[in-house]
Write a new protein. Structure first.
Length: 255
């Protein structure tokens, strides 16, 4: 799959300072700041847009900024020396990414690609550290964000060890649901449609399976009535069945 590494475009009009401050207030890192403090951060942010398929940054790039998603979907992934790709996570408004390299000063440990047209707020490293200095609420929020990343990595490692492929697929769907409901404020109960913008090959890379195996599992889940597949959209019909299956590692037909 070819990727564009074109530069970002300035966002015409944009959110404005107050709109940026409101968006920052919905993020995990900046939500603990007062509105006036968020306005100061917002004034230091630059708004950028990326087309679908364009790279925001690549593995090995300098970690000189963090990003807040103002609209669209972003894929975070790593690539092996053989060119095989593993998708780590997909992100949406108002998620923050790129903060880990910002903190340790190292190179990017993964790549970020726009799955759709994406609007971002960009905050440079030097500006971020100027705001961070002496601001304990922001320091604590940053530590919690890094802790969540480490917890996610730990959970994914445990899943590969203790869940079978069926369980990992079910858990991935549950994670997508939880992510979407957190972003929209909707309840996870009842019908809900996931618009993933991911191929089955990309889904397979997230759970450590082949495209064919994951496709078979998705259709098996569909036959049991827990989901309904509509192209790259998946309608969730029974989230509780998926949650139950995601916690099982030995049984293979419990939907």
């Amino acid at each position: 799959m070819s990727r564009e590494r074109a530069g970002p475009r300035s966002r015409p009009g944009g959110l404005g300072v107050e709109g940026r401050a409101e968006l920052l207030g919905r993020t995990t890192i900046f939500s603990g700041l007062s509105f006036d403090q968020r306005v100061l951060v917002a004034r230091s942010c630059v708004e950028r847009s990326y087309k679908k398929g364009h790279l925001v940054f690549c593995e090995g790039d300098p970690g000189d900024a963090l990003f807040v998603i103002a609209g669209g979907l972003v894929k975070i992934f790593v690539t092996s020396e053989q060119g095989n790709e593993m998708v780590l996570v997909t992100l949406r408004e108002p998620d923050v990414f790129g903060e880990l390299a910002l903190v340790d000063g190292g190179a990017r440990s993964a790549s970020a690609e726009a799955l759709t047209s994406v609007d971002l707020l960009v905050l440079g490293r030097s500006t971020f550290y100027g705001i961070l200095d002496g601001n304990m609420p922001l320091v604590e929020s940053l530590m919690r964000a890094i802790g969540r990343q480490l917890r996610r990595i730990s959970d994914q490692t445990a899943d590969f060890m203790f869940l079978d492929l069926y369980g990992r697929v079910a858990k991935l769907l549950v994670r997508f649901v939880d992510q979407q409901t957190a972003a929209t404020g909707r309840s996870a109960e009842g019908d809900l449609t996931l618009d993933l913008h991911l191929t089955q090959k990309e889904l397979a890379s997230m759970v450590g399976g082949s495209r064919q195996s994951v496709s078979q599992i998705l259709h098996a889940i569909e036959r049991r009535g827990s989901i309904e597949i509509e192209g790259r959209r998946i309608a969730i019909r029974d989230i509780q069945a998926l949650r139950r299956r995601a916690r099982m590692s030995t049984e293979t037909s419990t939907f």
